[in-house]
Design a protein around this ligand. Structure first.
Ligand SMILES: Cc1ncc(COP(=O)(O)O)c(C=O)c1O
Length: 358
């Protein structure tokens, strides 16, 4: 399709109804949204419209069979007042990997960037500027054919909505390594950002919260021994000066963009790390012999999130206090600087929004 996006501007803005001092997460939405339809074998009708509800046929297939995927990234302003987005190429690539796994249609990368440019330019005034705040970008795609039959849909809708979000205070979190529930196993959809992965996690997370923990630490689906990831973050521990994080080879873990950023920076900062299987027994042993130095989550929302305790069977593993966490603190600061465009962008990670609407 031609890379043309038609624009219908909203007649009035809702921005005055929003309290930018109390944004929370994902509850306020900007004035516009991007939409495109996949029909007759191609993406078409790419458009920006005033933000609105969807009107859907009750047989719309994603509501029944879950062909639905999404992404999450953030726009901020740099110190020149330009709108910047961190590694959006990784998001659209991951979205297309998710699409393939879910037998959905891939979305053209160039059209995605053009959609971001136009949408972020139109809704630029919604980008909050206070420390730690940002404009959360939620691209998503779902099967839209109205048919009650399990099959690859003939039609899809791709949409991008924007939500100004508040500062995410990375309070140290407690996690519980559950042997009862499984998120992913080889051959499944763990590596995809598929809606069903999250729907299936809600009951286990509620159960963990009832036990007094903040988040679930998923173990591998076969032996229930090896750590995979946390609800919406990749996971790492530091044992004896070395960062250990699960490798991606089995396709059971979401390949996080923050994880990739952290590993790249670790290489450059000469912080030793290994991507490999890490068992709960190894973490328990390190805790007992005093070599467990740090544990943290990595994700777009909290950047680096300190983990204060890990529950496992009937044991609580305490991680040293945040004041002693050299590696996670170093990484957190380095990634925030990269994301905000405060250091030289030697990796080409920052994409400046091109403020052209035509
Ligand atoms: C299951 C899961 N793991 C890890 C992550 C971290 O990925 P990213 O760093 O790309 O936000 C996320 C967040 O998207 C997630 O949902």
């Amino acid at each position: 399709m031609q890379n043309r996006i038609s624009i219908t501007k909203s007649k009035k803005t809702k921005i005055d109804n929003v309290d930018f001092n109390d944004l929370g997460f994902g509850k306020n939405f900007t004035d516009h949204m991007f939409l495109a339809d996949f029909k007759d074998g191609e993406w078409q009708n790419a458009r920006i419209e005033p933000f609105r509800n969807f009107d859907m046929h009750p047989a719309t297939s994603f509501m029944h069979y879950g062909q639905a995927i999404f992404e999450g990234l953030k726009a901020t302003k740099n110190d020149k007042g330009e709108t910047i987005v961190f590694r959006p190429d990784m998001n659209i690539k991951r979205m297309n990997i998710s699409a393939k796994r879910m037998a959905m249609e891939e979305f053209p990368e160039e059209l995605f960037f053009e959609a971001l440019d136009k949408l972020l330019t139109l809704d630029e005034k919604w980008i909050p500027t206070a420390e730690g705040t940002s404009l959360y970008i939620r691209p998503f795609c779902f099967s839209s054919e109205a048919v009650v039959r399990i099959k690859k849909s003939e039609s899809y809708t791709f949409c991008i909505i924007l939500s100004p979000v508040g500062a995410y205070y990375a309070e140290p979190v407690s996690v519980y390594a559950s042997e009862k529930y499984v998120r992913a196993f080889p051959g499944g959809t763990g590596f995809a950002k598929a809606a069903g992965n999250y729907g299936g996690a809600i009951a286990p997370i509620e159960e963990i919260k009832d036990k007094g923990f903040d988040q679930i630490l998923w173990l591998d689906g076969i032996e229930k021994k090896y750590v995979q990831e946390i609800g919406t973050m990749n996971f790492a521990v530091v044992i004896n000066g070395k960062v250990l994080t699960a490798d991606l080879s089995e396709g059971t873990i979401l390949p996080g963009i923050t994880r990739d950023t952290a590993l790249t920076l670790m290489k450059e900062m000469n912080i030793p790390f290994e991507e490999r299987k890490v068992s709960m027994e190894e973490i328990l042993e390190a805790s007992k012999n005093g070599t467990l130095e740090d544990a943290f989550g990595m994700g777009t929302a909290a950047v680096i999130s300190y983990i204060k305790t890990i529950g496992y069977k009937d044991t609580i593993i305490d991680i040293p206090p945040v004041s002693e966490r050299k590696i996670s603190t170093l990484l957190r600061e380095a990634i925030i600087k990269q994301r905000r465009g405060l250091v030289e962008d030697t990796h080409n990670w920052i994409r400046k929004v091109n403020p052209v609407l035509a």
